[in-house]
Design a protein around this ligand. Structure first.
Ligand code: SF4
Length: 370
């Protein structure tokens, strides 16, 4: 394959290091802050952001605890035991699905060989057969592939795909609890974002095999432990909103060449004295939400605090103050000590009104206390 100019630029940005493979978690995280050029460039280049953050002196405490990993693995093994017997019962009883007797194929290892190309080829072959024959089959660990900024990304297989009435569904097994029919919304949202990555990758594969994308359902099935027990429960989740965001962000990543083209030619994320300057040369859009989704969060938070960026107050504050980049500027516009430029006149008026209302409310409170 001939390297494009963008490939060579991304190589330089990585400092010659091997590109890091994405998985569903990292691809899903791309959608968490789609406007951040820094993250976009690093992900397109396949930069190891965790290592980079450590090199910068801002390691992130990302990743699951060993306890959570062990618990998750044990729950998954239980649900999948005996050819997914418990899972099939769940789909039939809990969701009322007319799941027929099914074959179960584990695609994790191909004839003792775990090579990704081979495993992906086998996934293609078996899915092609299932789509043609309409047979209801459970595929465990299907190895899927998505193009991320022109690079093939293999998706780590922790889902099951199964076919029902001619449509493939993604089943995601998670170890967080559903208590009285409710789960932690943030955990459900994260699971939905990850499942959407699999749905998209499956749809691309189904398209390559000559079938319409709709043969992969937008409804995924989340399997979690119920009420502090190990008994699994299944919940359908519509991931259409997550799919839309994901497709938009992936399309944006393919235009990463425009951002890279504007960077100084000596920018590189290779370790060394110039590293902090190189990272700062790529514009970031820090918001507190980054703390839950990006390995660079501690570095970017430090940078944003140092310059008093409005993003440190939250994404909605930054969006409301569009065009006002720092808290200092917002305060100066609010107390009238700074004359706004024409395009900020409206924002300045609202800030002054908010400041006046605040003074009145606080003044009233003080009068009441006197
Ligand atoms: S932590 Fe930094 S690099 Fe990551 S998304 Fe937020 S602003 Fe962008």
């Amino acid at each position: 394959m001939i390297d494009t100019a963008l490939d060579l630029d991304l190589d330089r940005l990585r400092g010659g290091a091997q590109p890091r493979n994405h998985d569903a978690r990292t691809i899903a995280a791309l959608t968490a802050n789609p406007g951040c050029a820094r993250r976009g460039v690093m992900d397109a280049a396949g930069v190891d952001k965790d290592a980079l953050a450590r090199e910068l002196g801002f390691p992130s405490p990302f990743g699951q605890s060993q306890f959570a990993i062990t618990r998750g693995n044990a729950f998954e093994a239980q649900v999948k035991a005996d050819g997914c017997a418990e899972l099939i019962t769940l789909l039939r009883d809990r969701l009322g699905l007319a799941v027929p007797e099914v074959a179960y194929d584990d695609l994790e290892v191909v004839a003792g060989n775990e090579g990704r190309e081979l495993r992906h080829a086998r996934t293609r072959r078996l899915l092609a057969h299932a789509l043609e024959s309409d047979e209801g089959t459970l595929f465990d660990h299907p190895l899927l592939r998505l193009e991320i900024a022109g690079q093939p990304a293999y998706l780590e297989p922790d889902v099951i795909a199964f076919q029902l009435a001619g449509r493939l569904h993604v089943i995601e097994i998670k170890s967080f609890a559903v208590v009285d029919g409710q789960a932690e919304p943030e955990q459900v949202a994260a699971a939905a974002r990850q499942a959407a990555v699999y749905v998209l990758a499956l749809r691309r594969l189904v398209g390559e095999l000559g079938h319409p994308a709709e043969r992969v359902s937008h409804e995924v099935i989340l399997v979690c432990p119920e009420n502090f027990s190990n008994r699994p429960t299944a919940t359908p989740v519509d991931v259409r909103p997550q799919l839309a965001v994901l497709e938009r962000q992936l399309a944006r990543l393919t235009r990463i060449d425009a951002i890279v083209g504007e960077l100084p030619p000596d920018v590189s994320f290779a370790p060394g004295e110039a590293l902090p300057g190189s990272v700062r040369a790529v514009e970031a859009r820090y918001a507190p939400e980054c703390m839950a989704s990006c390995e660079m969060a501690f570095f970017c938070r430090d940078e944003a605090r140092a310059c008093g960026a409005t993003g440190t107050l939250g994404r909605s504050v930054r969006d409301d103050l569009g065009g006002v980049d720092t808290i200092g500027t917002a305060l100066a516009l609010a107390d009238g000590s700074l004359e706004p430029a024409e395009d900020l006149a409206e924002t300045a008026l609202q800030l002054r009104t908010a400041a006046r209302l605040r003074r009145e409310v606080l003044g009233g409170a003080l009068d009441g206390a006197a």
